[in-house]
Design a protein around this ligand. Sequence first.
Ligand SMILES: C[S@@+](CC[C@H](N)C(=O)[O-])C[C@H]1O[C@@H](n2cnc3c(N)ncnc32)[C@H](O)[C@@H]1O
Length: 288
Amino acid sequence: MESEPAVDHDLATAEMRAQWNRTAKGWDDAGTVIRPWLHKATQAMLGMAGVVPGAHVLDVAAGAGDQTLDIAERVGPHGYVLATDLSPEILRFAAEQAAAGGYRNVETRVSDGQRLQIEDSRFDAVVCRLGLMFFGDPLQGLREMVRVLKPGGTVCTMVFGTPQANPCVATLMSTALRHAGMPPLDPYQPGGLLSLGKPGLIDELFIEAGFCEIATTKVAAPFRLPSVKDYMNFIRTSAGPVVQIVKRLDPATAEAAWSDMEQALGRYQQPGGWEGPNELLLTAARRS
Ligand SMILES: C[S@@+](CC[C@H](N)C(=O)[O-])C[C@H]1O[C@@H](n2cnc3c(N)ncnc32)[C@H](O)[C@@H]1O
């Protein structure tokens, strides 16, 4: 048998959960920078997913709930959102935000997107913002989305594109690995930040999962902040995969790694502020 034993996936998933439990507060605190960064792409994603008034929507890998509240706003009081995530710590913030905003149409549930414990054919739409690329088995995640959608239901996922189109992400990972004495990783290795950016891959996975009417759109999402230091503050507190590598280093090596990243990314400093290029892939599809 060529396939990995299931226990390896379980271990990787447990590590992923621990990683996001640790960075949960950082991701929530960074809401003020994440929201403007992803606003335009998020609105496009919700439109492509068919999030309309009255719809029942599943938000997979919902994190601290930023896009969950946008969905709740769109579906209105007659609609419903179930926000799910692998990490209970990060999902707690989504629940708190929904309660604080008075959204009574939002529920949260801790759930691995590869094993949603949700009945078949329950939702009109499924959304997954910057989550699917972390799945060790994204095809299984997509199969679960097909299963819980009603016939005719729609989905839209958002993932990062190629390393060339996301040079900041690529630089952060390669610099962290170099300081850790680790060899460069295949950027398309399952579970990595850029794993679904390989041209054509996400469409192939959607086809294999059984979706129809599949269309992927590239969206530019530059990260605009006053300075590279602000970007590094965001990365150091919120970017789970990078923090995960650097935290294994002794304090002096870790500081050298952060400093090298800052220096390399300083090339995106402009007179009016810092602007890091990012390209996102929005993939929309329908369950037949
Ligand atoms: C970059 S954050 C994105 C959170 C949120 N969707 C957003 O855009 O603000 C990635 C999220 O994916 C979640 N995640 C990773 N693997 C997962 C899995 N197998 N099932 C469900 N959620 C997962 C993490 O816990 C984390 O909350």
